[in-house]
Design a protein around this ligand. Structure first.
Ligand SMILES: Cc1cc2nc3c(=O)[nH]c(=O)nc-3n(C[C@H](O)[C@H](O)[C@H](O)COP(=O)(O)OP(=O)(O)OC[C@H]3O[C@@H](n4cnc5c(N)ncnc54)[C@H](O)[C@@H]3O)c2cc1C
Length: 436
């Protein structure tokens, strides 16, 4: 049996681990176009700020790879030949497979304005992008950052940490409006301003102006022109579907897979950012662009490739991130609608966050320690925890476990309720009952 995995991200490596745990004899081949192999993509933000050195981004040591006994082929898969069960790599035939996993991830959407090909127009998809940004930041003085979501903010903070003057351009009236509420956006914005980032609302780029093929300024639709030596953008991402476009797999925005990570071809699976996974609980197929779901999906796909019938049960999306220096955890369903600054889905984002809940919001706290709860009929649907993270873990467990909050629901909804205390007390009782 030969298992072939396309992609060396977390989904691909989790699949290799799961296959090897179940089949010690089968041949496993991973093919990847990324010369940097397996590294933490969320960690790139901390690499940009200088808080992490490049070595710290690699989750595995040489020994971890050895133990899995698989081969690694560096190259770009250019064609999947389904009938022949074979791949073309860099245009050359061929690597045969018995079971195939497509774990090709997602890539940044381009900034579709005149001048976007000038040197100094950058995105943050890969390690190579981060290195390029650091290189350019050395000689630059002023940067403009475009886009909403986590990655745009990480770019702004990374460039600031490298000593650049940063203009942050937002199309709408506030930061990350489809996930954060107004007060949360304002908290983040206030902190960015205090760090020295200049925010520009209702600011949309109409053109990038170049000099000797390098970025020199950015022109906005309102007529304003800002001088800059670097323009960084993060306006959304798109599952990488080029390889599967015309081969008869069922596609929507990603590769459609069932809860076993199976495509409509019995020998082809997909996992991670490229997969649009059926969620039996909501009955919908959704995109997540989060590290943990990619890891779990890779595991389940690997198990199924090796012959086990395992199902991926989507847990409420959970992301711990840092927004303008403020540790923020986002769990379950918290936002609504769409964000003008992000087309579709952003890095570190889940479509589930934006499901419109039939729910009530309760908030407490102030700028630095803040708690927002999304309260359903009987259970908590989501939460945003900013600052003090004591309650993140209990909230994750209670949201995932659909804890029946009826005993405290009314209290949670009274104005100025001490939400944190109510949740902390409830957690103690619920944890015992749920045997956690
Ligand atoms: C800057 C940044 C910040 C992020 N922040 C967060 C965060 O805060 N929280 C969070 O949960 N997630 C975050 N994410 C998202 C998270 O990193 C991804 O969800 C996760 O890495 C997806 O893993 P994957 O294995 O599906 O894809 P990827 O890691 O993208 O791997 C895809 C692999 O496929 C290879 N490939 C693609 N096409 C081909 C081909 N034709 N032939 C051969 N190889 C190919 C690529 O080279 C790559 O190795 C962030 C990502 C980035 C970039």
């Amino acid at each position: 049996m030969r298992y072939v995995i396309i992609g060396s991200g977390v989904a691909g490596y989790s699949a290799v681990e799961a296959i090897r745990a179940m089949d010690s004899a089968g041949e496993i081949v991973m093919v990847s176009a990324d010369a940097n192999g397996y590294y933490s993509r969320p960690g790139l933000a901390y690499y940009l700020t200088g808080e992490l050195r490049d070595k710290a981004l690699y989750p595995w040591q040489q020994n971890d790879y050895k133990k899995l006994n698989f081969s690694f082929l560096k190259g770009r898969v250019t064609c999947i030949l389904r009938v022949e069960h074979a791949l073309e790599i860099d245009g050359k035939p061929r690597l045969n497979y018995d079971k195939l996993l497509v774990a090709t991830g997602a890539s940044a959407l381009p900034l579709d304005v005149p001048g976007s090909k000038f040197e100094g127009v950058v995105k943050l998809d890969h390690f190579a992008d981060a290195k390029n940004i650091l290189n350019l930041a050395k000689s630059g003085r002023t940067a403009a950052v475009v886009g909403g979501g986590i990655t745009a903010l990480e770019l702004a903070e990374g460039l600031l940490a490298r000593g650049m003057k940063v203009h942050y351009l937002l199309r709408g009236d506030r930061y990350w409006s489809n996930v954060l509420d107004e007060r949360e956006s304002k908290t983040v914005q206030g902190r960015l301003q205090a760090e020295g980032v200049e925010l520009h609302f209702y600011s949309e780029v109409s053109e990038i102006i170049g000099k000797k093929n390098r970025v020199a300024a950015v022109r906005l639709k309102n007529g304003q022109t800002l001088k800059c030596d670097l323009l960084a953008y993060a306006v959304g991402i798109r599952p990488r579907l080029e390889l599967v476009q015309d081969i008869g797999l069922n596609l929507d925005r990603g590769i459609l897979v069932d809860e076993h990570l199976h495509t409509n071809d019995p020998d082809i699976f997909a996992a991670g950012d490229v997969a649009q996974v059926f969620d039996p609980l909501s009955g919908r197929a959704v995109l997540d662009s989060l590290w943990n779901p990619a890891r779990e999906q890779g595991q389940v796909a690997g198990m199924n490739m090796a012959g086990r019938k395992a199902a991926y049960l989507k847990s409420p999306p959970f992301n711990v991130t840092r927004l303008a220096g403020l540790t923020t955890t986002i769990i379950g369903v918290v936002g609504h609608g769409h964000d003008e600054d992000v087309i579709g889905i952003a890095r570190g984002d889940s479509e589930t966050w934006r499901d419109l809940p039939d729910a009530i919001m309760a908030q407490s706290g102030f700028d630095v320690n803040h708690l927002r709860l999304v309260i359903g009929e009987e259970s908590l649907l989501g939460a945003v925890v900013m600052g003090d993270q004591t309650l993140s873990f209990p909230l994750e467990k209670m949201i995932a476990g659909r804890a029946d909050i009826s005993p405290i629901r009314e209290k949670l909804m009274t104005p100025d309720a001490p939400l944190a205390d109510l949740i902390a007390d409830f957690w103690v009782t619920w944890r015992t009952q749920a045997l956690l």
